[in-house]
Design a protein around this ligand. Structure first.
Ligand code: GH3
Length: 295
């Protein structure tokens, strides 16, 4: 049971009927009786499907809630099926135009509603899988630049709201062109793959390793400030130097240069400023003779 369905309807009977009839769907149901509770649960639970009543009572409209959901980044891709007593075409057209995937008129046939829910959940699963693939780097299996940019924007927003810290460790292989030129491009690819393993091993579960492109990697460390990270940077340089796979692939050994930057060091907080600061630190490591880290 790894998919979640949020039912937003002011009638407890509707919740009960759907939950009982939907037992075979093997999903987790979450219930809200009004728009505010529904919006809050959508944001916190990130469901895979929302069943939304049009008339939520006390003059509240499911259409307004749907528009609010569709303009909120964290929930805008959750499919919405309207459940409503209003069967007029105008209502149906409005529902689809504001982003609903389906529209079911009450009283509904239970089997048909479940079939529509299964269809929407299948599509959501496929969309999730495609989104996951689009975020992965093909060579290393780490997250890619696209994911990094999106996640960094989110994490910087979290720092802004909760006044916490975020640190980037950017890493670039030293003299990688020489490795390619002397040992061949396929061996260079193997070195990049092995580096991906090393950076994954060095980080904690909550850290986010990504390949930015070429021989450049980044480890994003949420809720972490620079002094605490210096030990990670040192561990990373040492792990690259002593990695058995890397030493087998490149007889002369592999080293990397590392740059650290934390949001606490910035005067103007932004994703671009944080990357720029980490890049400057990385170039300082290169200028300083490579195989070292700079904060
Ligand atoms: P420095 O120590 O100053 O960083 O020197 P460098 O030789 O590592 O310089 P640079 O980082 O500019 O070189 C990166 C090289 O990485 C150049 C490019 O051809 C190679 N490269 C980029 N992507 C790939 C890849 O996917 N596989 C392989 N094998 N090589 C790649």
């Amino acid at each position: 049971m790894n998919q979640t369905v949020l039912i937003i309807d002011d009638s407890p009977d509707i919740h009960r009927i759907i939950e009982v009839r939907g037992r075979d769907l093997d999903v987790r149901f979450v219930s809200a009786l009004d728009a505010e509770e529904g919006f809050a649960l959508a944001a916190s639970e990130r469901p895979d499907l929302i069943l939304l009543d049009v008339d939520l009572g006390e003059g509240t409209s499911g259409f307004d809630l749907c528009e609010r959901l569709k303009s909120t980044p964290v929930v805008r891709d959750v499919p919405v099926i309207f459940l409503t007593g209003e069967g007029q075409s105008d209502s149906k057209i409005r529902a689809f135009d504001i982003g609903a995937v389906d529209y079911v008129v009450k009283p509904f046939n239970h089997g048909e509603l479940l079939a529509r829910m299964r269809s929407a959940l299948r599509t959501k699963h496929l969309v999730d899988m495609l989104a996951e693939c689009a975020n992965l780097d093909g060579l290393t299996g780490l997250r890619n630049r696209r994911y990094f940019d999106e996640r960094l924007a989110q994490e910087v927003e979290t720092v802004r709201r909760h006044d916490c810290a975020l640190t980037l460790i950017i890493m670039d292989i030293d003299k990688f062109k020489t490795i390619n030129d002397t040992l061949g491009h396929p061996r260079g690819d193997q070195v990049i793959q092995a580096l991906g393993q090393v950076i994954q091993r060095v980080g904690r579960m909550t850290d986010i390793p990504c390949r930015l492109g070429g021989d450049e990697f980044v480890l994003m460390l949420p809720q972490t400030d620079t002094p605490a990270v210096e030990v990670v940077a040192e561990r990373l340089c040492e792990a690259v130097r002593s990695d058995e796979t890397l030493n087998r692939l490149v007889p002369n050994g592999v080293t990397c240069s590392v740059g650290l930057a934390s949001t606490s060091m910035l005067e103007d907080l932004s994703a671009d400023a944080l990357i720029e600061a980490a890049d400057q630190a990385l170039y300082a490591s290169k200028r300083g003779g490579r195989d070292r880290w700079t904060a």
